[in-house]
Design a protein around this ligand. Structure first.
Ligand SMILES: NS(=O)(=O)c1ccc(S(=O)(=O)NCc2cccs2)s1
Ligand SMILES: [Zn+2]
Length: 260
């Protein structure tokens, strides 16, 4: 197990609820032990087709900030990789720390990153809606991308510039087109495993696809994430930081890699 600054068991400050659920056998996030992952030569390349015109708005939901997409057509989908069907993009969001020393949800060989991006998709072949897909073990697919400190990320800056307008919980700002592909590393390599949502309802319905390569963002960009608030306008201000769930036990799961 990883030596961690993180809260292990008990109550997580973010949700004031137990952070492990009784009977959970495939909870997320987990530590990905590189040497324990198994190369699966049958894994296909992930196919990602996002249409920037499906971008709707960005809002602060009191856990993170999320960019939501119009998911009534197959305009923005992923397929291939470990997936049997097409999955429609619904939203993406981030998790980050109060400081650069931690913030990601998943870790690799116990290495934490300052932040992690999640692109959330639902199985539009088998279900009519995200809410329906949420209830099925193959209902959701989330792509995880680690953020590391480095150069300013030009594509991310467009979102960063709009964050001050959604400082408070439940605030929203319209976005014109945004192409989330700019937030993906060019390297196709990924790990994949069966897991769950990392916030309530913690549904065990997620095929996780964790990109091996991180994207670079600069410190100023992360500092703008940290000026968001968990709290609503008029409440006493609670900075939105450390919105990550502690590591969960891998139980009897195997992480597969798309690369040898
Ligand atoms: N971290 S994660 O990708 O496993 C998700 C947890 C809940 C999700 S949600 O799609 O139900 N939206 C609500 C949200 C809550 C927090 C950020 S978004 S996505
Ligand atoms: Zn997330």
């Amino acid at each position: 197990a990883c030596a961690s600054y993180r809260l292990r068991d008990g109550v997580h400050p973010l949700w004031q609820s137990p952070i492990t659920i009784p009977g959970g056998s495939r909870q997320s996030p987990i530590n990905i032990q590189w040497r324990d992952s198994v190369y699966d030569p049958h894994l296909k390349p992930l196919e990602i087709r996002y249409d920037p015109d499906t971008c709707l708005h960005m809002w602060n939901n009191g856990y993170s900030f999320l960019v939501e997409f119009e998911d009534t057509t197959d305009k923005s989908i992923i397929t291939g990789g470990p997936l049997e069907n097409n999955y429609r993009l619904k939203q993406f969001h981030f998790h980050w720390g109060a400081v650069n020393e931690w913030g990601s949800e998943h870790t690799v060989d116990c290495q934490v990153f300052p932040a992690e991006l999640h692109l959330v998709h639902w199985n539009c072949c088998k279900f009519e809606s995200f809410e329906e897909a949420l209830m099925d073990e193959n209902g959701l697919a989330v792509i995880g991308v680690f953020l590391k400190l480095g150069a300013n990320h030009n594509g991310l800056q467009k979102l960063v510039d709009a964050l001050p307008s959604i400082k408070y919980k439940d605030s929203l700002v319209e976005l014109e087109e945004f192409d989330p592909s700019c937030l993906l590393p060019s390297c196709p390599d990924y790990w994949t495993y069966s897991g769950s949502l990392t916030t309530p309802p913690l549904s065990e319905s997620v095929t996780w696809i964790i990109k091996k390569k991180a994207i670079e963002v600069d410190e100023d960009q992360l500092e703008v994430f940290r000026m968001l608030l968990f709290s609503q306008a008029g409440e006493d201000e609670k900075r939105m930081v450390d919105n990550f769930r502690p590591l969960q036990p891998i139980m009897d799961r195997t992480v597969r890699s798309s690369f040898p």
